[in-house]
Structures are given as structure tokens and as C-alpha cells.
Design a binder for this molecule. Structure first.
Ligand SMILES: [Zn+2]
Length: 301
């Protein structure tokens, strides 16, 4: 007998910091960038992409005036609660106590655990320095992992082929003096795909896009986006999209307009791959819709 229980479905949430849907033109590093599929998404253009992924133009402003920011945007993505509306403004950088409280009680890890969905994981590794210094301010993701009691992956896991660093090539780790080998996009995709295959829910986080956007560095932006798109294509090719849903999203725009060092007011792309993409796409209008869509996908099947 074959049932969902024998071959349960899984979801990968692929979070990219600072990627909005921009217009074409010399300000946008994605325009006319060879090898940038599936990330080359532009305003008022076709809504499908590589391997039939559906692009949903997603509102990061959430009805709150001002530019969308990372702490409140990521908290919203990871909880399904409209965090800027809750605290009254878009919060930059790292979550404050109010946002951490929301994360502790409502994070997607917590909701999935409460619904009996297991195993679930955060695929990213942390540097040794993180464990030694235990920074006082941590990202929304780190707060969510910690509050849900999940394990932090380590550099040892990277070496064992069981974790991916935020910079999946490992170049940043090597610069930090870590004894790891550089990975190609394909090698990194193999590792992430195997983590996804072993879990019902996997979160992966990438934020060099936001750093490059703030630096307004066009040459670096094009290098980074070409590599990131390559990594995503390799990953999608390695996953069984009949049983795995991939949801890529961002907290706010930035890199798609390098004329400004600020975040943009643009919509962000949520791109959904997998057999259930239509049903999931229909549920998503803003960042608060991501977690409920994933929980309902995994908890009621
Ligand atoms: Zn930023």
C-alpha cells in the first residue's frame, strides 16, 4: 500500500535577503544577465520561470508606512504574523524583544512541531565564532531556531557534507580562516538537496544579495546573482519536485535597484516549484501568507 505516510511531502523555504521585483534598465543587475534564470524577474512580465516555477508578486510593505526592513520582514515570513503592523513600524537589522517574543510563540518551526511535522531543520551552518561569542543580537532566523530548540549546524557539519554555509561556496568561511574546501554551485546544491530529502521542512537563508545592494556594487551584484541562480537551478534539478515543494522568497527589495543604497518599496518575488505550486501560489499575497501556506501544506496531509 502506498500512502502519503510512506513517502511524505517536504518543503524547502529558500530565503534570499534583499531581492525585489524591479524594472529593467542599467540600474538592475538582473537585466540582460546571462545565466540569471530563475531570478531574473521583472515588473509586468511573464509569471512563470525555470521548471514551471510560479512567480507570485508579494507585498513586503504590509500596510505599514516606510521602507520594509529585515527584522520585521523576516519575522513576518517566519511566523505568519504581520510583524510591522504589530509593532507599528518596519524594524531594521535584528529583532528586538517584541519581535523575539512573536518568534518564540509563533515561528514556523514551533507551528510545525506543534502539528507533529518532523523532522524539520535549518540547513545553514554557523561559524565557530558564533558559538564562542554568542552575539547579543541575532537574526530572526537564529532566534527562531534557538526558540524552537533545534540544533545549530556547525563547521564540522560543513566538512562532513551535512550543512551549507550562508555563502554556499565556503569562500567567506575560508576568508575567516576556517579549514574548509571551496564548493562549486553543484556541490553545494548536492548537500542542500540531501538535507531537504531527509527533512519534511528545511529553511535555508542567503543574505549576500542585501549586502551587495547596500554597497551598490554592480560588478559584484552580477557575479553573486549569476552564481545564486546557478545554485538554485542545480538544486531544483536534484530535488524530486513531485514530492518536494520549493518556496523562494525575500523580505524586501534592494539589489534590483543599485541607484539607491536603501531597500526598495518594490514587491518581492515568491517563486514556487513543485506539484502543489498552483494551490500554494493562490494563497500568497504578502509576507504573512508564507508560513500559513507551508503549515497547511505539511500539517494536513
Ligand atoms: Zn538590508
Amino acid at each position: 500500500m502506498t500512502s502519503d505516510a510512506d513517502n511524505p511531502s517536504g518543503v524547502l523555504l529558500f530565503f534570499i535577503d534583499g531581492l525585489g521585483i524591479g524594472t529593467r534598465g542599467p540600474h538592475n543587475p538582473l537585466d540582460n544577465l546571462e545565466g540569471s534564470v530563475p531570478l531574473a524577474v521583472f515588473q509586468n512580465e511573464d509569471a512563470t520561470t525555470f521548471l514551471d516555477g510560479i512567480v507570485v508578486s508579494t507585498d513586503p510593505c504590509l500596510g505599514v508606512p516606510g521602507r520594509p526592513q529585515s527584522a520585521s520582514g523576516q519575522t513576518t515570513i517566519l511566523t505568519g504574523v504581520n510583524a510591522p503592523a504589530q509593532i507599528g513600524y518596519h524594524k531594521q537589522g535584528f529583532p528586538n524583544q517584541e519581535l523575539r517574543d512573536l518568534i518564540r510563540t509563533h515561528s514556523i518551526f514551533r507551528q510545525l512541531t506543534d502539528a507533529g511535522v518532523a523532522p524539520i531543520t535549518f540547513a545553514n551552518a554557523y561559524s565557530r565564532r558564533f558559538f564562542v561569542e554568542r552575539p547579543r543580537w541575532v537574526s530572526a532566523t537564529t532566534a527562531a531556531v534557538e526558540a524552537a530548540g533545534l540544533n545549530f549546524r556547525t563547521i564540522e557539519d560543513v566538512k562532513a557534507g551535512a550543512a551549507v554555509f550562508m555563502d554556499y561556496t565556503n569562500r567567506f568561511l575560508i576568508e575567516l580562516g576556517e579549514d574548509v574546501v571551496e564548493r562549486t554551485e553543484e556541490e553545494a546544491a548536492t548537500v542542500l538537496a540531501s538535507i531537504v530529502d531527509q527533512n519534511r521542512f528545511t529553511l535555508y537563508e542567503y543574505f549576500i544579495t542585501d549586502k551587495v545592494g547596500h554597497a551598490q556594487d554592480m560588478a559584484m551584484a552580477r557575479v553573486v546573482l549569476t552564481s545564486l541562480a546557478h545554485f538554485i537551478r542545480e538544486l531544483l534539478n536534484k530535488l524530486d519536485l513531485e514530492r518536494t515543494t520549493v518556496i523562494l522568497t525575500s523580505d524586501h527589495g534592494n539589489i534590483e535597484d543599485l541607484t539607491s543604497r536603501n531597500h526598495t518599496l518594490h514587491q518581492v518575488p515568491t517563486i514556487i516549484w513543485g506539484a502543489h505550486r498552483e494551490r500554494i501560489a493562490a494563497r500568497i499575497q504578502n509576507l504573512a501568507d508564507i508560513t500559513p501556506a507551508i503549515v497547511s501544506e505539511l500539517a494536513h496531509r
